[in-house]
Write a protein that binds this ligand. Sequence first.
Ligand SMILES: [Fe+2]
Length: 191
Amino acid sequence: MNSDKPFVLDFDLLSGLCKSERVKPKYRYASDMRDQFLDKNAADMAIKAGNPLLYEFYGLDLPERDNVLQFGTTKIYPGKIGSEYYMTKGHFHTLLDTSEIYYCLRGHGIMMMETPEGDVDYREMLPGDAIYVPGRWAHRSINTGATPFVMFFVYRADAGHDYGTIEEKGFRRLVVEKNGKPVVTQNPKWL
Ligand SMILES: [Fe+2]
């Protein structure tokens, strides 16, 4: 895509969708996320029961250069695998020092973050909340509400996505439902 000329895209605030052909959707189903959840039996059951769509995201086909800003929306559906809420894979940026902004358009969720050194932070996100995720902080979006959780994001286009580090053990904290409410717990793989 040509990033040298101005252009306007229309993102629907409720659905998070952009109808432009310039925006490429990507989909993550339960089968793509099986290893991210602690309860593998629950994940297998969900896959067998219809393999639900957990989230989708829309980004532009922009050149991955340090002078370009990539942007789009992510939409996480409501639901749980076992007691864990639907969430994104989560990643560090390959260029570890690069930051990212998320702006909540709809729904209710948590941005879970951690550094390679083990610092942990997590923030509740509601419509109108913008979060600055500094460089070095891995990030994962978690839908703790009953409706789709939609956020707009912007990051340096050459930041890259390192999913592998998170795939090995997951984040240090999990967000699970207990007595109908979201609770942050220790990931036993990090004990
Ligand atoms: Fe990111």
